[in-house]
Design a protein around this ligand. Structure first.
Ligand code: NI
Length: 145
C-alpha cells in the first residue's frame, strides 16, 4: 500500500471494539473516524459542533428528544446539528464514518464507559493528532476527552 493511503475495508477490518472510533484521516482541524456500533449508545450533544454520520453497513437509528427519529442505511449521510441531543442505536452491528472537528468529544460532555480519548481513537496508527484547533475551545487533549 502506498504511503499515506488508507483503505476503508482494511480500516474496518482492524476495528474489533464496538463504539470505539478510529481516526483514519485529519484535515483542516477535522477528523475522519470509522466506528462499528451495536446496541444503544448514550444520550449526548455537541454544543459547538455539527456531527456528520455516513453509514456503510447496517442500519443506524438516531434518536432525538425534540424531533422524530432518523434511520440511516448504507450510503445515507446525515448531519446532527450542534446542540441537538441525540442517542445512536443499532440493533445489529452498523459500520459508519464520522466527520467532526478534532476537539469534538464523541460522548459530548458526558463521561461514560463508552468514552474514548482522542489518543485511544488515534491508536490505530492513524494520522498525528491535530494540534491547531479552531477558536481554542479547550483543545484536543482537554480533560475528559
Ligand atoms: Ni454525537
Amino acid at each position: 500500500m502506498m504511503d499515506g493511503v488508507r483503505n476503508l475495508d482494511r480500516e474496518f477490518d482492524g476495528i474489533t471494539e464496538q463504539w470505539s472510533p478510529r481516526v483514519i484521516a485529519a484535515a483542516n482541524g477535522q477528523y475522519v473516524k470509522l466506528a462499528k456500533v451495536q446496541g444503544e449508545f448514550v444520550w449526548h450533544d455537541h454544543a459547538d459542533e455539527d456531527e456528520v454520520f455516513i453509514v456503510f453497513r447496517g442500519r443506524l437509528v438516531l434518536r432525538f428528544r425534540d424531533r422524530a427519529d432518523v434511520t440511516l442505511g448504507p450510503g445515507d449521510v446525515y448531519v446532527v446539528p450542534k446542540g441537538v441531543e441525540h442517542c445512536p442505536v443499532a440493533e445489529d452491528e452498523c459500520w459508519l464514518m464520522l466527520l467532526e472537528p478534532a476537539e469534538t468529544k464523541h460522548t459530548g460532555d458526558v463521561e461514560t464507559p463508552f468514552t474514548r480519548s482522542v489518543e485511544e481513537q488515534l491508536s490505530g496508527g492513524g494520522p498525528r493528532p491535530v494540534t491547531a484547533v479552531r477558536g481554542g475551545t479547550g483543545g484536543v487533549f482537554g480533560s475528559g476527552n
